[in-house]
Design a protein around this ligand. Structure first.
Ligand code: TYM
Length: 328
């Protein structure tokens, strides 16, 4: 049976790009596959940070995931640094990962170009990601589009290791594949790039309706619609129409199409309708997050149990790996 692994960095709040690209799919898949979901704090320390902030954000991320519907009764939710086998397998994988593969990762090229001094961790980041996934023999990885190249590299790493240390025709590691959804790339509110914590163009999952409205109201729309009476084209409005497609029922999406083209609705009307559908999905999540924040022992118990379950699987993989590599 297929296994699922996915991770999220606690480098900021969970935003609706993370939610629509990945987390909503985790919630849908957890009942059907053996699933491991991880708050990847080791990945998050690559950028400069304050230890107190990281501690708080890791916890808030776990709360947001639980509130969004990740259910420890159906899956294993844990924090990466509680399972040291992740970094142990990463070292092993470093020894079979060609440098050229790391240097051509678009995420590395973009991030390193913005930095004066580039740390080795930034380059080796996708090796840790491969270790995360392969420790659990996961073959399906529900992610957004920006992670597809990293997953290609995970397959290269699995193949390289198998070809050296597993008998031909009997691969030890599976080759993990991305599980994408129609909402694989959510555009940021500025309309210029993907929604991203580092670009400051996000709506956080736990923002209140007023906070969301304050961001939606000025968000870019179809530039052709200068006046309310100008007809538009929803395809030229990736922010608002993209979010309608993610949050609104089919009948509303059809209504948006018609009313945008015929200038029946102004952009503010369209945004108000979007807000209503976002609230319907996000308000229960916000309420659950509030309740969980007030029950820290419940969150602790879930994360403790998750780390223990994950560690048992990870230790077994590492025992096999080390035995095959003469490290036992
Ligand atoms: P991270 O923390 O940047 O993002 C978490 C998940 O959210 C998705 N995502 C998006 N999807 C659609 N539209 C967007 N604008 C958007 N922004 C983010 C991401 O694709 C991701 O699925 N390297 C990973 C974390 C990681 C991981 C792993 C993922 C570490 N180990 C192993 C899968 C498997 C990252 O930085 O995701």
């Amino acid at each position: 049976m297929s296994r699922i692994f996915s991770g999220i960095q606690p480098s900021g709040e969970l935003h609706i790009g993370n939610y629509l690209g990945a987390v909503r799919n985790w919630v849908a898949l957890q009942a059907h596959y053996e699933s491991f979901f991880c708050v990847v704090d080791y990945h998050a320390i690559i950028a400069a940070y304050a230890p107190e902030d990281l501690r708080r954000r890791t916890r808030e991320m776990a709360i947001s995931l639980l509130a969004a519907g990740i259910d420890p009764a159906h899956c294993t939710l844990f924090v990466q640094s509680r399972v040291p086998e992740h970094t142990e397998l990463q070292w092993i994988f470093n020894t079979i990962t060609p440098l050229g593969e790391l240097e051509r990762q678009v995420a590395f090229k973009e991030k390193s170009a913005r930095q004066e001094q580039v740390m080795a961790g930034l380059l080796n980041y996708p090796v840790l990601q491969a270790a995360d996934i392969l420790l659990y023999h996961a073959d399906r990885v529900p992610v957004g589009e920006d992670q597809v190249q990293h997953l290609e590299l995970s397959r290269v790493i699995a193949r390289n290791w198998n070809s050296r240390f597993a008998p031909e025709g009997d691969p030890y590691f599976p080759e993990p594949k991305p599980e994408l959804t129609p909402t694989r790339r959510i555009v940021g509110l500025d309309g210029n790039a993907k929604m991203s914590k580092s670009l400051g163009n996000t709506i956080a999952l736990l923002e209140t309706p007023d906070e969301i409205w304050a961001k939606l109201r000025p968000a870019v729309t179809d530039p052709a619609r200068v006046k309310k009476t100008d007809p538009g084209n929803p395809d030229n409005c990736p922010v608002i129409f993209g979010l309608h497609k993610a949050f609104s029922p089919a009948a509303t999406i059809a209504e948006v199409e018609t009313n945008c083209r015929a200038a029946g609705w102004g952009c503010v009307d369209c945004k108000k309708s979007l807000l209503e559908h976002m609230n319907a999905e996000l308000t229960p999540i916000r309420t659950r997050a509030q309740a969980l924040t007030e029950q820290p022992s419940l969150v602790d118990a879930a994360l403790d149990a998750g780390a223990e379950k994950a560690r048992a699987v990870a230790q077994q993989t590492l025992r096999h790996v080390k035995a095959r590599m003469g490290l036992d």
